[in-house]
Design a protein around this ligand. Structure first.
Ligand SMILES: [Ca+2]
Ligand SMILES: [Ca+2]
Ligand SMILES: [Ca+2]
Length: 734
């Protein structure tokens, strides 16, 4: 079961050795993690998978296709169109043939067929059955094939002419759901839907050994020495038995799906379905758990490849999608460590690097640049490079470490997750949570926590404890199935306690940029450069981006922010801006005032009309008087008009006083609002600063460990400076 050893495989082996000598007691995590997925055009509902005995090629079955992929590069070698759903694929013991079963059609009941592996062609060897044969098993010599028949038994078919050699009938009352040949070829096990397991001799006669399990048998399998066998039920009961029939060990899992013995019989790998799908590795003697891979997708079947130490090296999982997802140790990327200009500082020279500027847009698709003179692949998009947001409060130091996956990986991740819990095209919040959870469960969180703890140096006190959570920042839910561009951003939320209470100015140094932890999904993302933001509950934000590896350590100082004393009028304005509702009583007051004035004016007009009448009456009475008297009357009229105007103006001027009285309480409330304001993410963005004095420290094309200490202050600047910085990088690099 060993693949031929390419250079990258040798490196991979080196990694595996490293993993074995690393103690695994530091918390539960997976030694291998998600690597990649196969793709088979038009195929959906991957249901079954098997690996070639030499480990080089992988077979998988879908709704109407059998696909053969290279087990290492995952490239599609051949795709066979099949009339109906493929139920099982199984390589012959010598690897020269691939048998598969499929659902029949009304026109064609030939449900077991053979592919010649050497010529990659479908042979005309067929065996018909009027039932749905869920599985096919080769005898150890490769001369016979066992498939369930329609009589609730098994047909043993000769490969040579595909005719039935013998039948194993009469022992099961329900459909046969598992078949196993003993490795020495003499015995067979069959299991059925009600949980009954039967052992048969080489002539196809029942041995009289029968076992009853609690639910449908998903898998029954002899070890390679015929001393023991293991049985897994759909309800998750895993049990091991002696050949004679005695029970050895039992464990209960959530749901059972598939199992494989390790080639040395020391381990059993079990696919546990259910709400937290995972592949468990247990000791075969006591079923004690020794390893686990958490899956963020459905898992119907799996196959695996062992390395020379007998440990699973690669695991291939049928996900009920168009993909087989592959788990393994990530090989060192091509070109890693070679000399040459390396813009992002990930140790992969630009000539090899798929993403020179580390913004998760691969070079060939990178259109992010500010001017035509720039090379877009060397001008990082600040919003998608790795970002860290540090927030310090009185007792804790919280670091949000966000990485963005490239669009291809993101799209596959969404496809895998779409049906992980609910079989529909929508990605639910629960499915997103399962995805985030599996990231944290698979990674070595202790390594991750210490990777940051080791590079953060506080000027006073230290970081203690440490806890990490995984969250999906964006790109999972509400993304259309046909969207192949939206990228998934994942955040590790790291919370440390402070050994000393926070005091300002709070200075700390980021000594270097931690890389991705083993088995972490972050291994698939660009880790440099980094967009850095830091703030405390009482400081404004400090911002530095992009922080290039070559810039060396970064010193950040959080100064306590003192609120500028606002003028009396300023406070009133601020109060109204903060609480616009306060305008209502003021407006109401104005309205009431204006209405009052209008009413008052009307009443004055009435008074004057009466006065005029009286005066007119008097003037008629005194008609006999001299003409000069008439002039007097006119004079009196003029005076009364003036008096009216004056009285109106006075009333208006009196208004402003109550207006000020209303606004006064606003000032007090404004103060109470201040503290959360400092913390708010929106404010933080507005206040992002960059020290222009430091921005002149440009990375050179060749990475040199900078020993210069850089201090980031809260000196105000604009994002334009940052842009200019990027431009310079590009120019210098060019
Ligand atoms: Ca690089
Ligand atoms: Ca890169
Ligand atoms: Ca890029």
């Amino acid at each position: 079961m060993f693949a031929s050893f390419s250079k990258s495989k040798l490196i991979l082996c080196f990694f595996m050795v490293f993993i074995f000598v690393t103690p695994t007691s530091a918390g539960e995590y997976s030694d291998i993690a998600y690597l990649d997925s196969t793709s088979t055009p038009s195929a959906t509902e991957s249901r079954t998978t098997d690996i070639h005995p030499n480990g080089n090629i992988l077979a998988s079955g879908y709704d109407g296709y059998v696909a053969i992929h290279d087990a290492d590069t995952l490239e599609l070698i051949q795709r066979f169109e099949i009339e109906n759903d493929v139920l099982d694929v199984e390589f012959s013991p010598d690897g020269s043939k691939l048998a598969f079963t499929r659902s029949g059609t009304s026109a064609d009941t030939d449900t077991t067929q053979i592919i010649d592996v050497d010529s990659m062609s479908l042979m005309d060897k067929e065996h018909g059955s009027s039932t749905q044969p869920l599985m096919v098993k080769w005898s150890v010599d490769g001369n016979l094939l066992a498939v369930p028949n329609s009589n609730k038994g098994v047909d043993v078919v000769r490969f040579s002419d595909m005719q039935v050699e013998r039948t194993l009938n009469g022992e099961h009352n329900t459909r046969v759901t598992c078949i196993s040949y003993s490795t020495l070829g003499n015995y067979m096990l069959t299991g059925d839907e009600t949980g009954r397991v039967v052992m048969w001799d080489s002539d196809g006669n029942p041995t009289g050994k029968v076992w009853a399990m609690d639910s449908k048998i998903e898998e029954c399998s002899f070890d390679s020495t015929d001393e023991r066998f293991a049985v897994l039920t759909t309800e998750g009961e895993l049990s091991t038995w002696t050949f004679a029939g005695g029970n050895i060990a039992n464990i209960s899992l959530e749901k059972g799906s598939a199992l494989h013995w390790s080639s040395d019989n020391n381990l059993i790998h079990v696919l546990e379905a259910g709400s937290t799908p995972r592949i468990l590795t247990v000791q075969s003697t006591d079923l004690e758990k020794t390893g686990v891979i958490y899956l963020a997708h459905q898992a119907l079947d799996f196959s695996l490849k062992e390395n020379e130490f007998g440990t699973r090296e690669m695991v291939y999982v049928a996900t009920n999608t168009g993909h087989i997802s592959v788990y393994g140790a990530k090989a060192i990327p091509e070109g890693y460590g070679e000399s040459g200009s390396d813009l992002d500082g990930d140790n992969i020279p630009d000539s090899y690097d798929r993403d020179d500027d580390g913004d998760s847009i691969i070079d060939t698709l990178d259109k992010n640049c500010q001017s035509v003179n720039q090379l877009c692949s060397k001008s990082p998009d600040i919003s998608t490079i790795r970002s860290i947001e540090i927030n310090v409060n009185s007792t804790s130091f919280i670091l949000r470490d966000t990485f963005t996956l490239d669009s291809e990986t993101s799209s596959i991740m969404r496809n895998l997750s779409r049906k992980s819990l609910i079989a529909d095209a929508q990605l639910s919040q629960f499915e997103e949570n399962l995805f985030a959870q599996s990231i944290c469960q698979n990674m070595n969180t202790n390594h991750f926590i210490s990777s940051w703890k080791n590079v953060i140096q506080l000027s006073a006190g230290q970081l203690v404890d440490g806890h990490v959570d995984c969250e999906v920042e964006s790109g999972m839910t509400l993304v259309a199935q046909i969207d192949y561009n939206t990228r998934i951003a994942v955040t590790f939320v790291l919370v440390f306690n402070l050994s000393e209470a926070l005091s300002h100015p709070f200075e700390f140094t980021l000594k270097s940029q931690p890389t991705a932890t083993d088995s972490s999904l972050a291994q698939h993302a660009e880790m440099h450069p980094i967009d850095v933001t830091a703030t405390s509950t009482k400081s404004s934000s400090v911002y530095w981006s992009p922080w290039w590896v070559i810039e060396g350590e970064l010193i950040l100082t959080l100064e306590e922010e003192r609120e500028e004393e606002l003028s009396f009028f300023g406070k009133i304005i601020a109060g109204i801006i903060d609480y616009p509702i306060l305008l209502l009583p003021i407006l109401a007051f104005f309205v009431v005032g204006i209405v009052g004035i209008i009413r008052r004016m009307n009443s004055i007009d009435l008074d004057f009309d009466e006065d005029d009448e009286d005066e007119l009456k008097e003037s008629i009475d005194e008609e006999d008087d001299t003409e000069s008297d008439e002039e007097n009357i006119e004079f009196i009229d003029d005076k009364s008009e003036n008096a009216e105007e004056k009285s109106v103006r006075r009333k208006v001027r009196r208004k402003p006083k109550p207006e000020v009285e209303i606004e006064t309480p606003v000032i007090a409330r404004r103060k109470a609002r201040n503290i959360p304001n400092v913390d708010g993410p929106i404010t933080k963005v507005k206040r992002r600063r960059l020290d222009s004095g430091i921005s002149s420290q440009q990375p050179t094309a060749k990475p040199v460990k900078a020993s210069k200490r850089k201090v980031v202050t809260t000196k105000k600047n604009t994002r334009e400076v940052k842009t200019r910085k990027v431009v310079k990088n590009t120019e210098k690099d060019d």
